[in-house]
Design a protein around this ligand. Sequence first.
Ligand code: GLN
Length: 476
Amino acid sequence: MNTTALTIDVARAAIQERQITATALAEVCYAKIEKDDPQIGAFLTLSKDRALAKAAQMDALVAKGEKLPPLGGVPIAVKDVLVTRGVRTTAGSKILGNYIPPYDCTAVARLESAGAVVLGKLNCDEFAMGSSNENSAWNPVHNPRDLSRVPGGSSGGSAAAVASDMAVVTLGTDTGGSIRQPASFCGVHGLKPTYGRVSRYGLIAFASSLDHIGPLAKTAKDAALVLRTIAGRDPMDSTSADLPVPDYVAELENTVRGMKIGVAKEYFGEGLNSEVRKSVEDAIQRIAGLGCEIVPVSLPHTEYAIPTYYVIATAEASANLARFDGVRYGHRAQGVRTLSEMYRRTRDEGFGAEVKRRIMLGTYALSAGYYDAYYLKAQRVRTLLTRDFEEAFKKVDAIVAPTSPTAAFKLGEKVDDPLAMYLADIYTVTANLAGIPGISVPCGETKQRLPIGMQIFGKHFDEATILRLAHAYETA
Ligand code: GLN
């Protein structure tokens, strides 16, 4: 069986109808990984025993003539910041180089309960800090569409694995764009749900008030299927929302006719590559052609989003990463004489340059003399950014924008210029600060045949609307 264009329903139906066993399909994926991943570098760890055990379970169901669960036998893979019991989980960092978690991330456990076969763990920027996957402590990931280019980050492995058909769908995480931006760079769909929609239990924290788990998929429908499975209240995460989870898949078929779509000029300003602009503008015309009304909206505080994000994200990261002290998890420096030397050397040896940079920035922003000037100020601007969206959503049902100001850049192009790398997040960090859902949808290609993505933002907990629009656009 060829895994190209294999979606969840197609894979599941093939297993249900005995065209292939779940075990054979997993083996096909592993063969593909063995052949293609040496060039791409998406996988850090394969979980073959676990995958084949699950596949065998699904095959036994079929043999008994039973109906497969919604993801029965579907080969998936997950970003290496999501803990998996008994399977090495590194967060892309040397400090967790040999870490074997004792429990499962809720989102992964829910996918497995729905029958998914977890092939392995996917490469990412260290602790999800980055926009190009070049901050991985292991190896960079190459964009399957052009191996000389980055796949985006930090969920670069998650996007590349889907784009190269090594897995049908994957999970990534998005703190400031890390699902949507790599999805756009690799030409797949990437959904960041509303804050609280999906439990963060078992997600190794970067910035807790900004972190989200979500799917990267070939179609909006697959993203809907995965979200339906992983969403909903989890007693293990007190920030997970106790709200009913709609049937996102059923709602895809509702019409988008009459929907009001906002377009904000702040997302089409200086720095936006002309080919990306043209492609997103054409996409907006196509959306209008579906019977939607295009409405100009204003998000006036957008220009403050990057500094606000980098103050809050680094502040939270500096607190979250304090736990990596050589005592509790992973790496511990050897040959030390005192406790404080052990802490210092462990962290010095275990963390990479970008993580250290952010811990220093965040610690500074939270320190007594500067807290008011930076952290508190950033929190206030965050409120203003959230209100911008709330005001806009009084007039429209969704907002369309580019996902990234450029298509995928070359490996090495921005690694030595952290500021240039940070500025590339301009269109994505706002949704994390406001907690609203966003999906990146492929909407074209550059002359060099690099994928371009557009982003659709929705109201809090209204993933159904943006998935519906994404699906209507995709299938029109
Ligand atoms: N690129 C952003 C950063 O470096 C976002 C990362 C993310 O979403 N995990 O922080």
